[in-house]
Design a protein around this ligand. Structure first.
Ligand code: A2P
Length: 271
Protein backbone atom coordinates (compact mmCIF):
# COMPACT_ATOMS: atom_id res chain seq x y z
CA UNK A 1 0.00 0.00 0.00
CA UNK A 2 1.22 3.53 -0.70
CA UNK A 3 2.04 5.88 2.17
CA UNK A 4 -0.67 8.13 3.55
CA UNK A 5 -0.99 10.98 6.01
CA UNK A 6 -3.73 10.82 8.64
CA UNK A 7 -6.14 13.74 8.67
CA UNK A 8 -7.87 15.08 11.78
CA UNK A 9 -11.12 13.42 10.66
CA UNK A 10 -9.37 10.04 10.74
CA UNK A 11 -9.13 9.64 6.96
CA UNK A 12 -5.88 8.58 5.32
CA UNK A 13 -4.75 10.88 2.51
CA UNK A 14 -2.18 9.51 0.06
CA UNK A 15 1.16 11.29 0.15
CA UNK A 16 1.31 11.52 -3.64
CA UNK A 17 -1.43 12.78 -5.90
CA UNK A 18 -2.12 14.20 -9.34
CA UNK A 19 -3.04 17.87 -9.60
CA UNK A 20 -5.02 18.98 -12.66
CA UNK A 21 -4.70 22.76 -12.43
CA UNK A 22 -4.69 24.29 -15.93
CA UNK A 23 -5.56 20.99 -17.59
CA UNK A 24 -8.41 21.70 -20.02
CA UNK A 25 -11.69 19.85 -19.55
CA UNK A 26 -11.98 16.99 -22.03
CA UNK A 27 -9.57 14.38 -23.37
CA UNK A 28 -6.42 15.98 -21.88
CA UNK A 29 -7.81 15.90 -18.36
CA UNK A 30 -9.52 12.55 -18.71
CA UNK A 31 -6.32 11.07 -20.14
CA UNK A 32 -4.13 12.45 -17.35
CA UNK A 33 -6.40 11.13 -14.60
CA UNK A 34 -6.70 7.76 -16.34
CA UNK A 35 -2.91 7.51 -16.69
CA UNK A 36 -2.48 8.46 -13.03
CA UNK A 37 -4.98 5.88 -11.78
CA UNK A 38 -3.37 3.20 -13.96
CA UNK A 39 0.03 4.18 -12.55
CA UNK A 40 -1.24 3.70 -9.00
CA UNK A 41 -2.13 7.23 -7.92
CA UNK A 42 -5.13 7.25 -5.57
CA UNK A 43 -5.32 10.99 -4.89
CA UNK A 44 -6.76 13.32 -7.52
CA UNK A 45 -6.93 17.07 -6.89
CA UNK A 46 -9.30 19.31 -8.85
CA UNK A 47 -11.28 22.50 -8.18
CA UNK A 48 -14.42 24.29 -9.29
CA UNK A 49 -12.19 27.05 -10.69
CA UNK A 50 -10.34 24.56 -12.93
CA UNK A 51 -13.49 23.80 -14.90
CA UNK A 52 -12.52 20.15 -15.35
CA UNK A 53 -14.48 18.29 -12.66
CA UNK A 54 -16.59 16.48 -15.29
CA UNK A 55 -13.51 14.97 -16.91
CA UNK A 56 -12.08 13.97 -13.55
CA UNK A 57 -15.36 12.26 -12.68
CA UNK A 58 -15.55 10.44 -16.00
CA UNK A 59 -12.00 9.13 -15.69
CA UNK A 60 -12.62 7.92 -12.14
CA UNK A 61 -15.84 6.15 -13.06
CA UNK A 62 -14.42 4.50 -16.16
CA UNK A 63 -11.32 3.30 -14.27
CA UNK A 64 -13.36 0.60 -12.56
CA UNK A 65 -11.53 1.37 -9.31
CA UNK A 66 -13.97 1.37 -6.38
CA UNK A 67 -14.80 4.95 -5.40
CA UNK A 68 -13.78 4.35 -1.78
CA UNK A 69 -10.24 3.49 -2.89
CA UNK A 70 -9.78 6.93 -4.42
CA UNK A 71 -9.17 10.12 -2.45
CA UNK A 72 -10.86 12.94 -4.33
CA UNK A 73 -10.32 16.62 -3.57
CA UNK A 74 -12.16 19.61 -5.00
CA UNK A 75 -12.21 23.26 -3.97
CA UNK A 76 -14.88 25.86 -3.33
CA UNK A 77 -14.63 28.85 -5.66
CA UNK A 78 -14.66 31.67 -3.09
CA UNK A 79 -16.13 34.09 -5.59
CA UNK A 80 -19.37 32.14 -5.17
CA UNK A 81 -21.74 32.56 -2.27
CA UNK A 82 -22.66 29.23 -0.76
CA UNK A 83 -20.15 26.38 -0.25
CA UNK A 84 -22.93 23.83 0.38
CA UNK A 85 -24.82 24.69 -2.81
CA UNK A 86 -21.57 24.71 -4.81
CA UNK A 87 -20.61 21.35 -3.30
CA UNK A 88 -23.83 19.86 -4.63
CA UNK A 89 -23.05 21.17 -8.11
CA UNK A 90 -19.49 19.83 -7.91
CA UNK A 91 -20.77 16.39 -6.96
CA UNK A 92 -23.11 16.43 -9.92
CA UNK A 93 -20.23 17.28 -12.28
CA UNK A 94 -17.97 14.71 -10.63
CA UNK A 95 -20.70 12.06 -10.73
CA UNK A 96 -20.12 10.96 -7.16
CA UNK A 97 -21.90 11.16 -3.79
CA UNK A 98 -19.08 12.71 -1.81
CA UNK A 99 -15.58 14.15 -1.97
CA UNK A 100 -12.88 13.19 0.47
CA UNK A 101 -11.69 16.76 0.83
CA UNK A 102 -13.31 20.10 0.03
CA UNK A 103 -11.02 23.12 0.33
CA UNK A 104 -11.67 26.85 0.37
CA UNK A 105 -9.61 27.66 -2.69
CA UNK A 106 -8.25 30.98 -1.36
CA UNK A 107 -9.24 33.30 1.48
CA UNK A 108 -11.30 35.73 -0.59
CA UNK A 109 -13.53 37.95 1.53
CA UNK A 110 -11.51 37.01 4.62
CA UNK A 111 -10.36 33.65 5.95
CA UNK A 112 -13.57 32.89 7.88
CA UNK A 113 -16.20 33.95 5.35
CA UNK A 114 -16.81 30.57 3.66
CA UNK A 115 -16.22 28.35 6.67
CA UNK A 116 -19.80 27.96 8.04
CA UNK A 117 -20.89 26.71 4.61
CA UNK A 118 -17.90 24.37 4.45
CA UNK A 119 -18.89 22.95 7.82
CA UNK A 120 -22.44 22.50 6.53
CA UNK A 121 -21.11 20.48 3.57
CA UNK A 122 -19.16 18.35 6.03
CA UNK A 123 -22.09 17.80 8.39
CA UNK A 124 -24.29 16.87 5.41
CA UNK A 125 -21.78 14.14 4.55
CA UNK A 126 -21.03 15.57 1.11
CA UNK A 127 -17.45 16.42 2.06
CA UNK A 128 -15.86 13.86 4.34
CA UNK A 129 -13.11 16.33 5.14
CA UNK A 130 -12.90 20.12 4.80
CA UNK A 131 -9.89 22.36 4.64
CA UNK A 132 -8.33 25.41 3.08
CA UNK A 133 -5.84 26.41 0.42
CA UNK A 134 -3.50 29.39 0.09
CA UNK A 135 -3.97 30.33 3.76
CA UNK A 136 -1.15 32.01 5.69
CA UNK A 137 -0.37 31.16 9.30
CA UNK A 138 -2.20 34.35 10.38
CA UNK A 139 -5.26 33.35 8.36
CA UNK A 140 -5.26 29.87 9.91
CA UNK A 141 -5.08 31.51 13.32
CA UNK A 142 -8.01 33.81 12.54
CA UNK A 143 -10.08 30.87 11.29
CA UNK A 144 -9.28 28.84 14.40
CA UNK A 145 -11.06 31.44 16.54
CA UNK A 146 -14.45 30.85 14.92
CA UNK A 147 -14.34 27.33 13.49
CA UNK A 148 -16.28 24.43 14.97
CA UNK A 149 -14.33 22.01 12.80
CA UNK A 150 -10.57 22.44 12.39
CA UNK A 151 -9.44 22.38 8.74
CA UNK A 152 -7.99 18.97 7.88
CA UNK A 153 -5.50 20.36 5.39
CA UNK A 154 -3.95 23.53 4.02
CA UNK A 155 -2.74 23.35 0.43
CA UNK A 156 -0.18 25.90 -0.72
CA UNK A 157 2.70 26.35 -3.15
CA UNK A 158 5.82 24.74 -1.75
CA UNK A 159 9.24 23.89 -3.15
CA UNK A 160 12.89 24.37 -2.12
CA UNK A 161 12.62 27.83 -3.67
CA UNK A 162 9.52 28.59 -1.60
CA UNK A 163 10.41 26.77 1.57
CA UNK A 164 7.71 28.08 3.89
CA UNK A 165 8.98 26.63 7.13
CA UNK A 166 6.86 28.71 9.50
CA UNK A 167 3.67 27.91 7.59
CA UNK A 168 4.44 24.19 7.66
CA UNK A 169 5.14 24.51 11.37
CA UNK A 170 1.86 26.39 12.00
CA UNK A 171 -0.02 23.61 10.20
CA UNK A 172 1.81 20.88 12.11
CA UNK A 173 1.15 22.56 15.46
CA UNK A 174 -2.59 22.76 14.68
CA UNK A 175 -2.82 19.15 13.42
CA UNK A 176 -3.46 20.42 9.88
CA UNK A 177 -1.86 18.36 7.10
CA UNK A 178 0.19 20.52 4.74
CA UNK A 179 -0.09 19.78 1.03
CA UNK A 180 2.26 21.10 -1.66
CA UNK A 181 1.08 22.26 -5.05
CA UNK A 182 3.43 23.27 -7.86
CA UNK A 183 6.34 21.34 -6.29
CA UNK A 184 8.20 21.84 -9.58
CA UNK A 185 7.57 25.60 -9.55
CA UNK A 186 5.15 24.99 -12.45
CA UNK A 187 8.10 23.38 -14.21
CA UNK A 188 10.46 26.33 -13.80
CA UNK A 189 12.77 24.70 -11.23
CA UNK A 190 13.55 21.61 -13.31
CA UNK A 191 16.67 23.09 -14.89
CA UNK A 192 18.13 24.60 -11.74
CA UNK A 193 21.81 23.57 -11.58
CA UNK A 194 21.68 22.40 -7.94
CA UNK A 195 18.60 20.29 -8.62
CA UNK A 196 20.16 18.92 -11.80
CA UNK A 197 23.40 18.07 -10.04
CA UNK A 198 21.62 16.10 -7.30
CA UNK A 199 19.52 14.35 -9.93
CA UNK A 200 22.62 13.28 -11.85
CA UNK A 201 24.40 12.13 -8.70
CA UNK A 202 21.45 10.00 -7.55
CA UNK A 203 20.44 8.74 -10.99
CA UNK A 204 17.03 10.39 -10.65
CA UNK A 205 15.31 13.16 -12.59
CA UNK A 206 15.03 16.79 -11.43
CA UNK A 207 11.25 16.35 -11.00
CA UNK A 208 11.82 13.34 -8.75
CA UNK A 209 14.33 15.28 -6.63
CA UNK A 210 11.90 18.16 -6.08
CA UNK A 211 8.93 15.91 -5.31
CA UNK A 212 10.97 13.72 -2.99
CA UNK A 213 12.26 16.79 -1.13
CA UNK A 214 8.69 17.92 -0.39
CA UNK A 215 7.72 14.38 0.64
CA UNK A 216 10.64 14.26 3.08
CA UNK A 217 9.47 17.55 4.58
CA UNK A 218 6.33 15.65 5.59
CA UNK A 219 3.92 17.12 3.04
CA UNK A 220 1.48 15.52 0.68
CA UNK A 221 2.53 16.52 -2.86
CA UNK A 222 0.46 16.91 -6.02
CA UNK A 223 2.61 17.48 -9.12
CA UNK A 224 0.72 18.23 -12.34
CA UNK A 225 1.39 16.64 -15.69
CA UNK A 226 -0.63 15.60 -18.70
CA UNK A 227 2.05 13.23 -20.03
CA UNK A 228 1.89 9.59 -19.05
CA UNK A 229 5.67 9.18 -18.87
CA UNK A 230 6.01 12.14 -16.54
CA UNK A 231 3.01 11.07 -14.48
CA UNK A 232 4.79 7.73 -13.95
CA UNK A 233 8.13 9.42 -13.24
CA UNK A 234 6.58 11.73 -10.64
CA UNK A 235 5.02 8.80 -8.79
CA UNK A 236 8.30 6.89 -8.62
CA UNK A 237 9.74 8.73 -5.62
CA UNK A 238 9.05 6.31 -2.80
CA UNK A 239 11.96 3.95 -3.36
CA UNK A 240 14.80 6.30 -2.51
CA UNK A 241 15.75 8.85 0.12
CA UNK A 242 17.64 12.13 -0.28
CA UNK A 243 20.63 12.19 2.05
CA UNK A 244 21.23 15.01 4.50
CA UNK A 245 23.73 16.84 2.27
CA UNK A 246 21.29 16.87 -0.65
CA UNK A 247 18.43 18.07 1.55
CA UNK A 248 20.64 20.87 2.90
CA UNK A 249 21.70 21.92 -0.60
CA UNK A 250 18.04 22.05 -1.65
CA UNK A 251 17.02 23.90 1.53
CA UNK A 252 19.59 26.57 0.64
CA UNK A 253 17.69 27.41 -2.57
CA UNK A 254 14.99 29.07 -0.48
CA UNK A 255 14.05 32.61 -1.46
CA UNK A 256 11.54 33.33 1.33
CA UNK A 257 14.17 34.67 3.70
CA UNK A 258 12.97 32.41 6.49
CA UNK A 259 15.84 30.96 8.45
CA UNK A 260 14.40 29.17 11.46
CA UNK A 261 14.93 25.44 11.52
CA UNK A 262 11.78 23.63 10.56
CA UNK A 263 10.64 20.96 12.96
CA UNK A 264 10.94 17.39 11.86
CA UNK A 265 7.81 16.29 10.02
CA UNK A 266 5.07 15.13 12.35
CA UNK A 267 4.28 12.05 10.31
CA UNK A 268 7.46 10.50 8.99
CA UNK A 269 6.33 7.32 7.30
CA UNK A 270 9.44 6.41 5.30
CA UNK A 271 11.97 5.35 7.91
P1 A2P B 1 3.18 18.79 -18.66
O1 A2P B 1 1.82 18.89 -18.01
O2 A2P B 1 3.18 19.24 -20.09
O3 A2P B 1 3.81 17.44 -18.46
P2 A2P B 1 3.94 21.89 -11.04
O4 A2P B 1 3.42 20.56 -10.59
O5 A2P B 1 5.05 22.42 -10.20
O6 A2P B 1 2.83 22.90 -11.19
O7 A2P B 1 4.58 21.71 -12.49
C1 A2P B 1 3.79 21.38 -13.60
C2 A2P B 1 4.57 21.68 -14.88
O8 A2P B 1 5.74 20.85 -14.94
C3 A2P B 1 3.77 21.38 -16.11
O9 A2P B 1 4.11 22.34 -17.07
C4 A2P B 1 4.24 19.99 -16.53
O10 A2P B 1 4.16 19.86 -17.94
C5 A2P B 1 5.67 19.98 -16.07
N1 A2P B 1 6.10 18.64 -15.61
C6 A2P B 1 5.46 17.85 -14.72
N2 A2P B 1 6.17 16.73 -14.47
C7 A2P B 1 7.29 16.81 -15.22
C8 A2P B 1 8.40 15.96 -15.37
N3 A2P B 1 8.50 14.80 -14.72
N4 A2P B 1 9.39 16.35 -16.24
C9 A2P B 1 9.31 17.53 -16.90
N5 A2P B 1 8.26 18.39 -16.78
C10 A2P B 1 7.26 18.03 -15.95
Amino acid sequence: AQPTLRLLNGAEMPVLGLGVWQVPDGPACEGAVTAALETGYRLIDTAQAYGNESSVGRAIRSSGIPREEIFLTTKFHPGRRDPLAEMEKSLERLGTDYVDLYLVHWPEGGPTRAWPGMEAANVAGLAKGIGVSNYSAAELEELSKVSQITPAANQFQFSPFLYRRSLVEACTDAGIVAQAYSPLGTGEHLDDPVVEQIATATDRTPAQILIRWAVQKGLSVIPKSTHRGRIEENFDVLGFELDEASVEALDALDTTGETSDAKAPSQKWWS
